[in-house]
Design a protein around this ligand. Structure first.
Ligand SMILES: Nc1ncnc2c1ncn2[C@@H]1O[C@H](COP(=O)(O)OP(=O)(O)O)[C@@H](O)[C@H]1O
Ligand SMILES: [Mg+2]
Length: 243
């Protein structure tokens, strides 16, 4: 059986900038995999290829053994790939419910069915009492939860979370962590970019560390924090093992 998601020798350049260079790793069904690395390492670019916004120059991406790279965002969503954006992209003037219905329509073409499905997702994301508010009126953590709700509304197999906890207070981030665990408990596989190590490492079974567009290492949280290359390129001495 192939892994749920396979990244196979993927490369992508923008002009002269090599954003992703020969990246290969698998995401297993049901796991939470971390995608780490300094700013500019190529994390969001990789998400753009996986979600179909961008076509890789080389290599391919497979979901359940079937090539999805290059098919475009609609086909990737249809196949079961959802994402959130580092910069929140909800429709500001639409209500919270309408925002989630946009995703729900892809699985439930009728208005009533889409509304019912969207309402379920809002309940799951603890946003139901905000359903009739315009999206712009939400607080920052609520806006992050709305991004997750919009992604869940397409009923994905895998969800890509791009810095969904960045900029939140520690309490708000812990609420976000609880939501990530609930999503996993639903059987949805998660690939997440996050910078706060104390938050992300307890969540993930494994992490891939990118640096300068390349895979620096792949390992368990324990292996990652003790890897000299990762400490040098990303974590700094704070995470160096005690002598
Ligand atoms: N659409 C694009 N056009 C030009 N350069 C891009 C584009 N997307 C990403 N890049 C470049 O690719 C590199 C990796 O960026 P990115 O994937 O956003 O990194 P990360 O998310 O890890 O911070 C950066 O040098 C960035 O400027
Ligand atoms: Mg990014």
């Amino acid at each position: 059986m192939p892994a749920l998601l396979e990244i196979d020798h993927l490369s992508k350049a923008f002009g002269g900038v090599a954003a992703n260079v020969d990246i290969s790793f698998d995401v297993e069904q049901g796991e939470i995999l971390g995608l780490l690395g300094p700013n500019g390492a190529g994390k969001t670019s990789l998400f753009n290829s996986i979600s179909g916004e961008v076509t890789p120059d080389e290599g391919e991406i497979r979901l359940d053994g079937r090539r999805i790279s290059g098919l475009g965002p609609v086909a990737c969503a249809e196949a079961g790939i959802a994402r959130t954006f580092q910069v929140v992209r909800s429709f500001d003037s639409m209500t919270v419910l309408e925002n989630v219905m946009v995703g729900a329509f892809s699985r439930h073409p009728g208005t009533h069915a889409a509304m019912r499905a969207a309402t379920d997702v809002l309940t799951f994301c603890n946003l139901l009492e905000r359903a009739d508010r315009p999206a712009h009126a939400l607080s920052p953590p609520e806006k992050r939860r709305l991004e997750v709700a919009r992604a869940l509304a397409i009923e994905p197999r895998i969800i890509l979370l791009d810095e969904m906890l960045t900029g939140l207070t520690p309490t708000e981030a812990q609420e976000g962590v609880a939501l990530v665990r609930k999503v996993q408990a639903r059987g949805i596989t998660i690939l997440m970019v996050e910078h706060v190590m104390e938050v992300v490492l307890p969540l993930v079974s494994r992490a891939v560390v990118l640096d300068l567009g390349k895979v620096l290492t792949i390992g368990t949280p324990e292996e990652i924090v003790h890897d000299p290359e990762v400490i040098r390129a990303y974590l700094g001495e704070k995470y160096a093992p005690a002598a």
